[in-house]
Design a protein around this ligand. Structure first.
Ligand SMILES: CC(C)(COP(=O)(O)OP(=O)(O)OC[C@H]1O[C@@H](n2cnc3c(N)ncnc32)[C@H](O)[C@@H]1OP(=O)(O)O)[C@@H](O)C(=O)NCCC(=O)NCCS
Length: 266
């Protein structure tokens, strides 16, 4: 059993396109050039005896590594390769200065949760991935008028503290040319933060401090959804009150996930 670690290049997009659906997240595939530019430096492919059987995608943020994808193809599972892949991601994140790592996993993904816990990760919060129909939106109660702006990069550290976003994540969003970072305020107080990526189209993470303001926020976000797309996807971390309000108003639940985190060298 000979393992080789391969970097991303345009020819490897076919492997990504074959393996990515194993995550079961139902997100659209990007165009190859966009994929390579946005994700390439954070991808690693696992080649076993000459065939690519898996890949990992992990972003080194300020001090924490955010593991975004971990995939071993169906035929190659159960042989220790998922664990090898996590060890490789750990090596790569440590080499880029991270001291902790984190990820999201579906609540019913028993193999993945067992793997991550065996590496020292622990559950910390729940996340809801929702879709709001576009352009119609949801029949939400009227909400106060908000000011929407696109704050400069110099305010990222303040916004990350204010909205409890992992340090360095907003810079990652800004590096994608099509992403817009939107801040919603009421009388000068921050109410919501939405890094909007038209590819999904949606916001990860979507922070809404006051569910009573959801209508005004969603109406403005829906205006950014491309006309050929039927939904706005929102990732609400920790925020059960907003998730419940949007679900009870007709948003659809894509899935509920568990966030796990731990020290890189457990
Ligand atoms: C999760 C995944 C990466 C595991 O890969 P794998 O190569 O099968 O895993 P390994 O053989 O290295 O096993 C590593 C550990 O995972 C856990 N595990 C693997 N298969 C399992 C199963 N069927 N049931 C329970 N635990 C299991 C065990 O803890 C195992 O450690 P052990 O063998 O020491 O008991 C793989 O199932 C996969 O790609 N699934 C589809 C995509 C996905 O869900 N990715 C995770 C997204 S968060």
């Amino acid at each position: 059993m000979q393992i080789r670690w391969l970097e991303a290049n345009e020819a490897r997009f076919a492997d990504y396109a074959r393996l990515f659906p194993e995550l079961g997240v139902n997100d659209p595939l990007p165009a190859p050039a966009e994929w390579l530019a946005n994700m390439g430096p954070d991808l690693v492919f696992l080649e076993l005896d000459g065939a690519v059987v898996g890949y990992g995608y992990a972003q080194a943020l300020a001090s924490s590594g955010y593991v975004r994808h971990v995939v071993i193809g169906p035929q190659a599972r159960g042989k220790g390769l998922g664990r090898e892949l996590m060890h490789e991601l750990r090596r790569r994140l440590a080499a880029r200065g991270c001291s902790s790592w984190q990820l999201n996993v579906k609540l019913d993904n028993v193999p993945a949760i067992a793997l991550y816990r065996s590496l020292g990760m622990e559950p910390d919060f729940r996340t809801w991935v929702l879709r709001v129909p576009a352009p119609a939106g949801l029949p939400l109660p009227a909400s106060p008028t908000l000011r929407c702006s696109e704050p400069p990069a110099s305010s990222d550290a303040t916004l990350e503290r204010e909205f409890d976003v992992p340090s360095g994540l907003l810079a990652r969003h800004r590096a994608k040319p099509a992403t817009r970072l939107l801040l919603f305020e009421r009388d000068g107080s921050p109410i919501a933060l939405a890094p909007f990526d038209p590819h999904f189209p949606g916001c990860f993470p979507f922070r809404l401090r006051d569910p009573a303001c959801s209508r005004a926020v969603l109406e403005q976000l829906l205006a950014f959804v491309p006309v050929d797309r039927a939904y706005l996807q929102l990732v609400l971390e920790r925020d059960e009150p907003s998730a419940r309000l949007l679900l009870s108003s007709g948003a659809s639940l894509v899935f509920e996930i568990q966030h796990l985190q731990g020290p890189l060298h457990a």
